[in-house]
Design a protein around this ligand. Sequence first.
Ligand code: BES
Ligand code: ZN
Ligand code: ZN
Length: 467
Amino acid sequence: MRKINVEVVVDNPTYFETGTLITFIDTKTATTQGIIDFKGDLGESCVRYYSNNTFINVGLGDTTIDMTNEVKFLKGVKSAIKSAEELERDEVYIFCGNDSYLLDIVSLNAQLALYKWDKYKTKKDDDYIGVTKLIFIIKSESEFAKSIVERNQIVAESVFFARDLQNDNASVVTPYYLARESMELEFRPKFRTQTIHNGAIKEGGLGLLYAVGQDSVNKPYLIIMEYNGAPEDPKISAIVGKGITYDSGGLSLKPSDSMLDMRMDMSGASAVLGFMKYVAETQPKKNFIAVIPAAHNSIGSNSYMVGDVLTAYDGTTVEVRNTDAEGRLVLADALAYLVKNYQPTEIIDLATLTGAVVSALGDTMSALVSNSPKLVKKIYEAGEVCHERVWELPLRDEHRDAMKSDIADLRNMSKIGRNAGSITAGAFLENFVDDIPWCHIDIAGTAMNDKDGGTGYGVQLLIETLL
Ligand code: BES
Ligand code: ZN
Ligand code: ZN
């Protein structure tokens, strides 16, 4: 994993000796200082040299930075970081003054902008590897400022961890690999991890997860991680992440181009693991249970078949109309398992579930389908704060009806095909959560994009929602 060294120092950049410094300048100061071709507009950035120093200025505009304008501002921070890398700087100073809000958003987003997926790029000794150290300069000694930066370093590391899992080969990140990563957490205080493997999945009655994973040599796992940080508190928040380590579509084979990103069909799982890593590092006084159904949806002579009727963990029967609608199957078993064995207070699942969500909301927002307006509100507000945004879709009886089968209790592909596809997928899942407040987050659009690969979407959203 890429490691960024982070430091906080108290200093005054007027005496800045030598190096590369990112500074934030509002329109007024930019005018008085007369920086050529730089007006200090919000999100604007430029590089200027003064003797031995490189100053990278980022515009603050003419009001204070708050939630309404920080997205634009952070674009400037990101391009400032990119400029430092174009100049092949190893370490960058960032002057944040006494503004803890600025320090918070900058210290997180500067780190996030430094992520690289270069594991498979061959390297020579003298190759530039990017900025490896960020030094945040504050004006006066402050434990609070230090704690903000420390916390954001853990957030960034958790996001990097999730992105690495997303980006690596499907032949590396197998269900077993995810299980092993989760077992690492068991060595941390207050953690307990349990994995249920192939044969035990079948015998345990998780018929949907077993069927999806049965053809692959990389056999399925159900991963259960418990974190007990508040033993006296009856509240347990559950999180579930779709862990399809590769989605070929199965016998309902995907077109080749659609398979390109399907090593990242475990992005729900990586978000959950990233969140649990953050929990392990920060040891909050809360209770969590995380469940990951992990399987490889492969095509072969032992693949599960279109037309088969399968039985879920809770006894519900499901007619398989399309083996590419596998995510909802593995999630259904995971949800049923969670409800029966743990009775959590609330459930949030994250899944790259439908292509339809990309058409509906693009790559900047995830879709919510839920039985709990209260939980929706909580996640929506968290999403606005951390910029991992969400939007609720309606869930009505026509969607529920569309998932009913003539020959079984449910069907895995709706009667109305791909229309309202993200909603009907949610309607299917709703059958497995009883009356527990639940929210499904479809991250098929936000978890990955052509430019960045895996985004680690969901780690920050879960941290903001649950902590
Ligand atoms: N993993 C895919 C959804 C997906 C699509 C994720 C694009 C990321 C990017 C999922 O398993 C799937 O194939 N869904 C089908 C459902 C359909 C058969 C009802 C889809 O969306 O086409
Ligand atoms: Zn699929
Ligand atoms: Zn899938």
